[in-house]
Design a protein around this ligand. Structure first.
Ligand code: MN
Length: 128
């Protein structure tokens, strides 16, 4: 079973870009398009890494991340926050909520696979 990544994104086009960027690397990609669905999918499928948009319907990405961080199964997995409207203080808010990394849109498709691979290997090492 390949490494599972949950992508939480309400914008169809952005979802496609992230999927096309990561699919060649052999990950199993799961989708959620709002905050509630993100929590459901995470609990059901136990992804090893989550990429989450901050601006989401229902629960926003920060609320989802805070909720996940309170669950033992998700206390330490890598969570990558993504936002379109980078404003002063957003990065701090994302890190405070429990995100490990903060990326701004448009997603740098050349950079993303490396960020994901690095975080997965660091997480494995930390938990070995
Ligand atoms: Mn959004």
């Amino acid at each position: 079973m390949s490494t599972k990544i949950l992508i939480v994104e309400d914008n169809r086009q952005n979802m496609k870009v992230v999927e096309m960027t990561l699919r060649p690397h052999g990950y199993t990609l799961l989708e959620a398009t709002n905050g509630e669905e993100a929590l459901e999918r995470a609990v059901r499928h136990k992804p090893e890494l989550i990429i989450i948009d901050i601006q989401l319907p229902k629960l926003n990405g920060l609320e989802v991340t805070r909720t996940l961080r309170q669950m033992p199964a998700f206390s330490h997995i890598p969570i990558i926050a993504v936002t379109a409207h980078a404003m002063k203080g957003d990065k701090e808010k994302a890190i405070d909520a429990g995100c490990n990394v903060y990326l701004t849109k448009p997603i740098n498709t050349r950079e993303l696979p490396g960020v994901v691979a690095k975080m997965l290997s660091e997480c494995k090492r930390d938990n070995a």
